[in-house]
Design a protein around this ligand. Sequence first.
Ligand code: AP5
Ligand code: MG
Ligand code: ZN
Length: 218
Amino acid sequence: MKIVLMGPPGAGKGTQAKSISLRYSIPHISTGDIFRKNISNNTELGLKAKSFIENGDLVPDEITIALLLDRLNQEDCLDGFLLDGFPRSIGQAEALDKYLLERKQHLDAVLLITVPSEFIIDRMTGRRSCISCGASYHIRYNPPFTSGKCDICGCDIIQRKDDTEEVLRERLEVYQSQTRPLIDYYKSMGILKEVDGTQSINAVFENMTRILGSAYNK
Ligand code: AP5
Ligand code: MG
Ligand code: ZN
């Protein structure tokens, strides 16, 4: 199963991706998580990406596309994958299509999580993220079992540097101008499925599995 998860910052992509990846046994690939890991390890990639991420802008396509295709070439992606936060520009979507076409593969579904902007500030300011595995929590809607520690890996959970109101405003603008056009792109391919992201975390997940079940058994 090859899936793309789309939606504005704070829509719940990372939250749902963890559960979908477990349910369907496919790797969860978050370009944001990969960049953050590289930043904290001070790698060359991390140094290149840091200022874009801290300002809320997209990391340039040539860096991001090379990183993603390299990840897709790893063995665990042979039977499928779940992309969270990629593609985010038409150039990235075209690069992904080209990669899949060359391998006679295709995406099964693009799930778009829709959430009105009034929900987003509340979700982002209450969010806490695991420094190691990237899992998302919320101080009210999804607290960890043990305060300050990740349920999955036990590492510390912290507030992301790009979750300030100022950076978030830029991220939302970038979503509107560069990522939203992908909605029509995937609609015209007939694979875009919308999911109401204002429901509870469990209800969103149930909806997604229903949609994926029918997309996959077509
Ligand atoms: P990235 O890490 O992908 O950030 P994002 O797209 O802005 O999305 P978020 O991770 O902030 O939100 P999410 O949808 O995952 O929500 P979450 O599940 O955490 O990218 C960061 C940066 O990296 C970009 O700005 C860019 O610079 C760079 N980058 C990454 N990919 C790139 C690419 N392809 N090209 C170029 N640059 C790239 O949920 C949010 C909160 O809400 C949590 O607290 C959660 O607990 C809570 N929540 C979730 N669902 C619900 C629910 N149903 N009800 C109540 N609360 C909920
Ligand atoms: Mg995320
Ligand atoms: Zn963790």
